[in-house]
Design a protein around this ligand. Structure first.
Ligand code: ZN
Length: 415
């Protein structure tokens, strides 16, 4: 089914090797795979029949039930956001922390960032993995880390100017906020940024183009999730086509989110990751809910690492309206072909008078008298793409909320 590169072949072998000892090391997997004889797993087909590990499994292991090492070997914990109840705690050994730094430093190198760079880090520090991942990689690379954390835009810009930050690490929405502030205050000339390393939130082409233009930087998408180290497990290269993932640390599969079956390379689906050397909390076939596809064939940049396409959404972000599956990416693509529409939007789905309605709020700087035409154009673009009628509503630039964390764009008010 797949044309395997040597690195993926080796990655799969390492995944199999790990199965030999996983039950001895991990009480979590000893229980999960209790009825499976792992020594029977030899082929891809066998492996694909192993049950998937879900976020609910991880929650059920709260607080330290995922640990596969002695408690004294855990040097740090991180936690993924517990917006839906019990958080997930991931324990790290010293080796895990080092491996993460190696991967993140590799990301910086792939983006053309060197030890001469000054890396301005705006993602948050704390239980979640964002800020500290950027920091670990910067320090291992030998660059200067500027650990700002989020918030206080005035102070961010002052430090950026005074220290001469050359790389911005941020979420896409915070990068946009900074870019807009720099533009509105006319500070562009005093900013020395040359690269942006932007967290793996999925974002549209128009937003990307705006941030790149306002900041005057080349942008790189960095991929990762707290359950699997954190940000830094993949990044797009100079060819900008897709994100290389470090498959000497991870084994990648793409599944159909509905059936759970592995799909061929090139087909879109949900990314499933198996850690290969993680000690604190090894994960076998973990469902990321990130929708992407494996990009087949060699990359023009020459890197042998497997590529995944920029995320097209999350399988749990998908909403169904009038029988149509809608992802944030669909709205972004429609905005990108609508003249005078900005990249910022918010979708409200309601159930009114017995039917579902979808209202798409979007920002524009166009004068009031132009707006009905822009709304018509956006409505048409969405109809062309999804065969779905929506209610487009233009609002002023800056009217929709900006966030330092990941922005929620689609609000389903039907239930
Ligand atoms: Zn490449």
């Amino acid at each position: 089914m797949s044309t395997d590169t040597p690195i993926r072949e080796q990655s799969f072998k390492n995944a199999l090797t790990q199965l030999e000892t996983i039950k001895d090391k991990s009480p979590f997997y000893a229980r999960k795979f209790a009825d499976i004889n792992l020594s029977d797993i030899h082929s891809r087909g066998d492996f694909q029949n192993l049950p998937l590990t879900t976020k609910d499994d991880l929650r059920a292991a709260y607080p330290l039930g995922l640990s596969a090492v002695s408690p004294s070997d855990i040097v740090r914990i991180h936690s993924s956001s517990g917006t839906t109840g019990v958080p997930v705690i991931i324990p790290y050994t010293a080796q895990d922390v080092h491996d993460w730094a190696v991967m993140f430093a590799r990301c910086y190198q792939m983006a053309g960032i060197t030890r001469d760079d000054r890396i301005h880090i705006t993602p948050g520090y704390g239980l979640w993995t964002a800020g500290i991942g950027f920091q670990l990689g910067a320090e291992l690379l030998g660059a200067m880390a500027i650990p700002m954390g989020p918030g206080n835009t005035d102070k961010q810009l002052q430090m950026m100017i005074d220290i001469g930050s050359t790389v911005l690490g941020a979420t896409s929405s915070y990068a946009l906020l900074l870019a807009e502030t720099i533009a509105s205050r006319g500070l562009g000339e005093r900013i020395s940024l040359r690269k942006g390393v932007i967290g793996s939130e999925r974002w549209g082409e128009r937003m990307r183009a705006r941030i790149a233009k306002e900041l005057g930087v080349e942008l790189h998408d960095i991929y990762g999730l707290t359950e699997i180290y954190g940000p830094g497990i993949g990044i797009n290269c100079e060819a900008q086509t897709a994100m290389h993932c470090w498959d000497d640390y991870l084994y990648l599969e793409i599944i159909d989110p509905n059936t759970g079956r592995v799909v061929p390379d090139g087909t879109s689906g949900e990314l499933v990751l198996t850690t290969l050397v993680k000690q604190g909390a090894p994960l076998i076939r973990y469902r990321t809910h990130d929708l992407t596809r494996i990009v087949p064939g060699p990359c023009p940049c020459g890197s042998p690492y497997t590529r995944i396409e920029t995320l097209i959404g999350r399988s749990d972000d998908m909403v169904k309206v009038k029988g149509v599956n809608i992802f944030p990416a669909h709205i972004e693509e429609a905005l990108a072909v609508t003249p005078e529409a900005s990249s910022e939007y918010q979708v409200m789905i309601d159930h009114l008078e017995g039917r579902d309605t979808m209202t798409v709020f979007f920002e524009t700087s166009a004068p009031l008298e132009h707006r009905p035409y822009i709304e018509l154009a956006l409505g048409q673009a969405i109809r062309d793409k999804l065969s779905l009628s929506v209610i487009p509503k233009a609002v002023n630039l800056g009217d929709l909320p900006r966030s330092e964390k990941k922005s929620k764009r689609i609000f389903d008010n039907r239930y």
